[in-house]
Structure formats: structure tokens, C-alpha cells
Design a protein around this ligand. Sequence first.
Ligand code: CP3
Length: 352
Amino acid sequence: MTTLKNDLMLRTLRGEKTERTPVWMMRQAGRYLPEYRATRAQAGSFLDLCKNAELACEVTLQPLERYPMDAAILFSDILTIPDAMGLGLYFEEGEGPRFERTVQTAADIDKLFVPDPNQELQYVMNAVSTIKKGLNGAVPLIGFSGSPWTLACYMVEGSGSKNFAKIKRMMYDTPELMHRLLDIVSQSVISYLQAQIEAGAQIVMVFDTWGGNLSTKDYETFSLAYSRKISHALQATNPGVPRLLFTKGAGVWLETMADAGYNGLGVDWTTDLKLARELTKDSVVLQGNLDPTSLYASPEKIRQKVRDVLADYGHGHKHIFNLGHGILPDINPEHVKAMIDEVHQSSPAYHQ
Ligand code: CP3
């Protein structure tokens, strides 16, 4: 086992007493960085960048060269799994992800298969091992996947969606079909995350971006039940690798999410960390939750907002500082520096 130069994230996820709050940022490698835009232009499309291990490694390391982040996150996308299942992922400039083929019927589901991570998704595993080498033990590497529910949303709708009409219709009218789809996606997520760990990921995170669009009961049945299966499977095969789950818009569901087998839960900015902590009773680590638009404010205001988030969490060791969702592409990189510096300056007081 390699020893890390900075293992603060891992110690925090193990629930140990620490000297300060670790910090990283969702979408930390991305368009707000001019060096990212330059590498991306060199690669061609976003997917070309994901499929080029050397360049994917380069962009993963870019935010770490600028800021003292406590973790790196694999540069890839959650939609690699449905793409590997043959749905044909592409990106329409400025419009987000799209699929050439969608899943609507039982026959469409019959055609799906669990991708072999070392075949169809080999390029992701190459990226993981190249990044792991490039990091040279500086900080832990986070691997990730979309949640089955969120991946199914894209597979059925074919893109992001306002009302999720197609998948909601499938869920309400043909729940057995919905479960068949979620089941095959879950098996795919499990083997994908196991392979990322095998290739070098030291933490794994499940992104449930669209879970918040469900009612409480449906969230438990169609999203959390599958995220739970994933954590239980990984606990059995890779017990030493901490797991994070982020459901955007989860709010009071955090109480139920706390016993889904994850070491940490992401919290968006609409839920106060004090409430999140009360709901989860310190049984899990909480990750978040600065409003990503706070970074439009002046550096002084950003520093105040960071202090507010730290104060909301209060004294304790089970907090990972992050945004409440991904950083926006038009943020000034200097503003990110103010955020990180303030976490370094103000968080030690909460760890005494
Ligand atoms: O956090 C990181 O730095 C790691 C990389 C990462 C990306 N996507 C890179 C990316 C991660 C963890 C993701 C996850 C992802 N992808 C999610 C879940 C997290 C979330 O934000 O809720 C979702 C829903 C997707 C699907 C997706 N991929 C969307 C909605 C978009 C944005 C489309 C756009 O044009 O804004 C992408 C593309 C994408 N994924 C980019 C990056 C850096 C932008 C690509 C570019 O134009 O260079």
C-alpha cells in the first residue's frame, strides 16, 4: 500500500480526529481554468479528452497545481456506462449530453448488457492508473460513477430534462421495467467502481444528480435502494475504500441516507449543515456545501461565506469542505483560491 503525502481526506472519512477540514471541489478540473480549455482544445472534443489517458491525467492535475486541494477526482463523466452499453453518447456544444439511442421498452432493456470495465470501459481504467501514477502519492484519487437512478434518467430521456416525463411514466406505469433497468445499471456501476479501485482509486463517489426530483417514497424505492446495493457490494469486496454519496436536493432525506452504507454524504447548499448534522447524528461525514454561485462574489465576501459554512457545521472532524454542486464555467480562478485559503485559515479552530 502506498503512503500518501496528504491523507487528510482519508483520515476524515475514517472518522479520525484531524487538524483541519479537507477541501476539494466538484468539477475542479473544468472550463473555469484557462489551462483546461487549452488542453481540451488540443484533445478535440470532451469525450476525446476523456479517452486520452495522458491528457485526462493532465487536466486532473491542473487544479492541484494551482491550489492546495486535498483530493484529486478522476477526469471522466458519469455517462461512460450508458455509452459503453451502446447508447451513443455525444455532446452538443453548450447543450449538455445527448444519446443517439434511448431506452423506452422491454425490448430496449433486453438489449442492454453489463459492460466489462476492462473492455468497453478500458479507457477509464487507463485514465485512473495514469492519474494515479501522475499524482505520485500527493493526495488520494476519487473515482466515481453516476447513481443508477441518475444514469437511467439520461438513458430514458436521452438528455437532461425539465420534467423527466418519460422516465416518470416508466416508473409509475411499469415499475417492473423500471426495476429491471435499474438492476442492470446497478450491476454495471458495481463492477465499474470495483475496477476503478483495482486501477487505483482510493475513494469512490456516487453522483445522484437527479434523485432530488423524486418524492420521498419513490426516492427510497427507485434511487436509494440501488445506491445501498452498490455500497453493500463494495463494502464486501473493498472494505478499506471509503464511499461517498451525493444526492442533489436530498434535504431531510439525509436521515435515511445515513444508513445506506456510505462513509460520507454530499450536501447541497439548500440544506444547512447544522440541520444535516442533526439529521445524520454524526454517524457519517458530511461534504459540502458552499453555494457554487457564491464564487461570483468578491474574494472578501467569499471568505465570509466560507466561514459561515464552517460555522454551520461547527466543531468536529466529520466535515469535508466542498461546493454544494459543481463549479460553474465562468468563475474567476482567483476566487477559488480565496475559498481554499479561507478553509485552511479558519477551519483549524473547529478541530481543537
Ligand atoms: O469533478 C471533476 O472535476 C471530475 C469530472 C466530472 C465531469 N463530469 C467532467 C465534465 C464529473 C465528476 C462529472 C460528473 C457528471 N457528469 C455529472 C454528475 C455531477 C453533477 O454535476 O451533477 C453529470 C450529471 C454529468 C453529465 C454531464 N457531463 C453534464 C451535465 C455536462 C455539462 C455539459 C455542459 O456543456 O456544460 C457534462 C460535461 C462535462 N463533464 C464537462 C466536464 C469538465 C464539460 C465538458 C467541456 O465542455 O469541456
